[in-house]
Design a protein around this ligand. Structure first.
Ligand code: GUN
Ligand code: ZN
Length: 435
């Protein structure tokens, strides 16, 4: 079936740009009765079904999904696969949560078999939530990354991941050394970076768990290979920020620690950024660095409210992150539900088109992958989902009252979750079927 063309007929929605930049009218593309042609894993045509049907190749199969919406696969710009088994852990804010739950869970990844099992569960969970690309934390163990990349390669997923670099302020069993982390990361880069649809992210956990020497070597790695990502955490929690100031008194704030070690750039993604000043936003913008907005995590750990308008003013790239296991759902729809509430608490309306942008094209731009994924533009890789408007009795009843795609989109984001994902396709191949 590799070379045959298949056409998909349904309502189709994709994002053409950031509404903050091009406005609400131009940012979205919608076909009520749409048709998408997929050939050799890529989208080759998109438009109104009545226009495109006569032009389809001879004998082309047409898959029709009434009462469903096709969108690009969702993009999760920040998630920890080793934390799959400790999601929903009670009671703590960031630093105690790390010590009491996260570090013990991550120690289990010294065992390759455990890593293999969790990697499989994790990728299955992503796909059953319609997420086709993610930027993923491993643990300090290089084998944890081998496990994830092997499973992602088998499923032909576009995935980015890296080994945690962490040489202090963590349990002995979870620490490496500056040189050791450099060598282990380098070996993983050689093995996986650019293989199929996989990319490597140099992954210092966060400033408090890396020495200046380790951060220096992380910066050095980024210079040695093209297309590497840099993935870390930034300004998530007030106590964390105070700690960074104590540990790096010579630097001018949290972002400056990373900047000093040359870790900012077009493929640098910083999770959270809840407490950023204008100077930091300007610096992120100037360097092309991105923020992963992680609403369920920020609420669950009581970290704070992300200031999305501030990043818009500074034109900082922003994607959406679930941040599982501090985040409470693998579902990007549920993550948008919480994002809306985070904005409500700040008196800001998060428009469904902006939400949809963050979940798709915005994420792709944050990852510099918008020429491959993020919308349904012909030439893009055919990673897409079929969303079922009748997934639950309430959804079905509520949808029957809607009069526009804008309204349906908002209902989807508020009431929808994994139950809405009827099919997930990767490179034109079905990788998850709900029923
Ligand atoms: N900061 C450093 N490590 C972590 C982590 O595992 N999760 C979250 N949410 N923040 C972090
Ligand atoms: Zn995180």
């Amino acid at each position: 079936t590799q070379n045959t063309a298949i056409a998909y007929r349904a309502a189709m929605l994709d994002s053409l740009g950031d509404p903050a930049e091009i406005g609400l009218t131009d940012c979205i593309r919608y076909f009520e009765d749409g048709l998408m042609l997929v050939e050799n894993g890529k989208i080759s045509a998109l438009g109104n079904a009545p226009d495109l049907l006569p032009q389809l190749p001879q004998g082309c199969e047409i898959k029709h999904y009434p009462n469903a919406l096709i969108t690009p696969g969702f993009i999760d710009t920040h998630i920890h696969y080793p934390q799959t088994g400790m999601i929903a852990s009670y009671g703590e804010q960031l630093l105690d949560w790390l010590e009491n739950y996260t570090f013990p869970a991550e120690q289990q990844f010294a065992d390759r078999q455990h890593a293999d099992e969790v990697a499989d569960i994790f990728l299955t969970e992503l796909l059953r939530n319609g997420t086709t690309t993610a930027l993923v934390f491993g643990t300090v163990h290089p084998e944890s990354v081998d496990a994830l990349f092997s499973k992602a390669e088998q499923r032909n997923l576009r995935m980015i991941a890296g080994k945690v670099m962490m040489d202090r302020n963590a349990p002995e069993a979870l620490t490496d050394t500056p040189r050791g982390s450099y060598e282990e990361s380098k070996a993983l880069i050689e093995r996986w970076h650019g293989k199929g649809r996989l990319h490597y992210a140099v992954t210092p956990r966060f400033a408090p768990t890396s020495s200046a020497e380790q951060l220096d070597l992380a910066g050095q790695l980024l210079k040695e290979y093209d297309g590497l990502y840099m993935h870390t955490h930034l300004s998530e929690n007030r106590s964390e920020i105070e700690w960074v100031k104590e540990l790096f008194p010579q630097q001018n704030g949290y972002l400056d620690v990373y900047d000093h070690h040359q870790l900012l750039g077009e493929r640098s993604v910083f999770a959270h950024g809840v407490y950023l000043c204008d100077e930091e936003c300007a610096r992120l913008s100037e360097t092309g660095s991105a923020i992963a907005f992680c609403p369920t995590s920020n609420l669950f750990l009581g970290s704070g409210l992300f200031n999305l308008p501030q990043t818009e003013q500074h034109r900082v790239k922003v994607g959406l992150g679930t941040d599982v296991g501090a985040g409470t759902s693998f579902s990007i729809l549920q993550t948008l539900n919480e994002a809306y509430k985070v904005m409500q608490l700040q008196g800001v309306r998060l428009h469904p088109y902006k939400s949809f942008y963050l979940a798709t094209l915005g994420g792709a731009r944050a990852l510099q992958l918008d020429h491959q994924i993020g919308n349904l533009e012909p030439g893009s890789e055919a990673d897409f989902v079929v969303l079922d408007y009748q997934a639950t009795p309430l959804l079905s009843y509520r949808m029957a009252q809607t009069r526009s795609i804008e309204e349906r989109l908002f209902v989807m984001m508020t009431l929808g979750d994994d139950r809405m994902i009827k099919h997930t396709f990767v490179m034109g191949e079905p990788v998850y079927n709900r029923d």
